[in-house]
Ligand binder design. Structure first.
Ligand SMILES: [Zn+2]
Length: 452
């Protein structure tokens, strides 16, 4: 919804050369007032009322800060873990994993004094990484929303993404088939497309948006799909001929819609399990070492693994679909944010997968190519040692159950300055550099597996 308030047009009063005051209440309501002070106050009230109606049911994060803390001892690490488990109100954007690994914590304004006291008692320095989360939410999307179709200069709603998929299927009916893997808890379709230029190809699966608030993920996945269809680059065209692509921009549609309508920082699904908290972390809900480590059994936690493996309809139908084509794909690629990491299995322990050396070397080649684009630096490694121990994630389930040889997860931009709220003007650069790394991986897979 977009409301622009031009009071001078309503009142028809003198327009001054420059605004007396400008208020930016949110990305969606922009109100510049050029009027005499008394009229200005009346119109300001009208604008505030409109704002109140539009945003009445929307979570706000005014003056919420994101603090970065680096634990330097096991004791400090344990206290942070304890805080993550038991604190109502703190939200761990990057959870505690090990000593010397940065932890990002969103702190509400009323908890800041208490938070500072705890940090001081632990002898821990906390750095203000984001001063006002709401400000980043308000400035994440362009002030003037592009009217044209997809252009990757803005983040799009689920409806817009699905309408775009429909238009692609209409434009490329010979090579694109729509896929619906099932319906969500709230009854939405989980949709994707299969891109196939010839019979007998093996598949590459792109999974986006399993974590609702990581908007750069569906944006990157749709960008890559568009490039697969339209690129004139001979290397890309060769890769498009050599594999079938199953592309799912948003496998957690309820959560994604919720981040657009109600709470920008929502991560989980939207199921209701009979307690006061909603949803489970879909990427802790897969039936592979479920709930062993790095996942929570508390329904209110952001990393709640669900009441059972595949308790969430979204992961259940996706897993059933993947099982139905399991003998047909070579690669499973998932897209998350943030941290700038390229990860491969596993998360539940530090044991090497059988082709660990290959995945590591290939990952390093991929991020080195990625860095050549814009200088963006990524680290590479298995989930367990590179980000944090975790279990029940989709990529590990695919690798563990189907032994798919090439499975990677991107933790896309940035490294915490915006966190999940990456400005839309970084979508194209992010997606483009990601595509470069993807090409390195797929070229290797094609050659190694003899696909043509
Ligand atoms: Zn994620």
């Amino acid at each position: 919804m977009s409301i622009i308030c031009y009071p001078w047009k309503i009142a028809g009063l003198t327009i001054r050369a420059r605004p007396i005051r400008t208020w930016t209440y949110s990305q969606e309501i922009y109100c510049s007032v050029f009027l005499q002070p008394v009229t200005m106050e009346i119109l300001r009230t009208i604008c505030l009322l409109i704002l109140a109606v539009v945003h009445a049911d929307r979570a706000t994060y005014d003056k919420y800060q994101v603090r970065r803390v680096v634990p330097e001892s096991q004791e400090q690490l344990e206290v942070l873990r304890d805080l993550e488990k038991n604190s109502n109100g703190l939200s761990f954007w990057v959870g505690p994993s090990r000593v010397q690994k940065a932890v990002d914590i969103m702190v509400p304004p009323h908890m800041l004094p208490q938070f500072d006291e705890i940090m001081a008692s632990l002898n821990l320095r906390s750095e203000v990484y984001i001063k006002n989360v709401q400000h980043l939410i308000d400035t994440e999307r362009p002030k003037v929303r592009p009217r044209a179709d997809f252009g990757w200069t803005d983040y799009y709603s689920l409806d817009a993404i699905y309408a775009w998929l429909d238009s692609l299927v209409e434009t490329y009916p010979e090579v694109l088939i729509p896929i619906t893997v099932g319906r969500t808890y709230e009854g939405r379709q989980i949709r994707g497309v299969k891109l196939s230029f010839k019979e007998g190809n093996r598949g590459v699966i792109l999974e986006g948006g399993i974590h609702a608030r990581e908007w750069i993920s569906p944006a990157t996945v749709t960008y890559i799909l568009n490039k697969l269809l339209t690129s004139q680059d001979p290397v890309m065209q060769d890769l498009v001929q050599s594999f079938d692509y199953y592309v799912f921009p948003s496998v957690n549609p309820d959560g994604y819609v919720y981040t657009h309508t109600t709470d920008r920082m929502w991560r989980k699904t939207r199921s209701q399990g009979g307690n006061r908290c909603f949803g489970a972390d879909a990427n802790r809900n897969f039936d592979f070492h479920w709930l062993e480590i790095g996942a929570s059994s508390s329904p209110c936690s952001d990393t709640y693994a669900g009441s059972a493996p595949f308790s969430e309809i979204e992961t259940r139908v996706l897993s059933e679909y993947l099982t139905s084509i399991a003998d047909q794909f070579d690669a499973y690629l998932t897209f998350h944010s943030y941290s700038q990491l390229l990860l491969f299995p596993y998360g539940h322990n530090n044991d090497n997968v059988s082709n660990y050396d290959e995945l590591l070397a290939l990952g390093q080649a991929a991020v080195s190519a990625l860095a050549n684009n814009n200088g963006t630096q990524y680290a590479v490694g298995n989930i367990y040692s590179t980000i944090y121990p975790t279990s029940g994630v989709s990529m590990d389930w695919v690798r563990g159950v189907f032994n798919t040889p090439y499975t990677y997860s991107w933790e896309l931009r940035d490294k915490g300055n915006h966190g999940f709220l990456l400005p839309a003007d970084q979508i194209i650069d992010t997606a483009e550099e990601t595509l470069v790394s993807l090409i390195v991986i797929l070229r290797h897979a094609k050659e190694k597996l003899g696909r043509n």
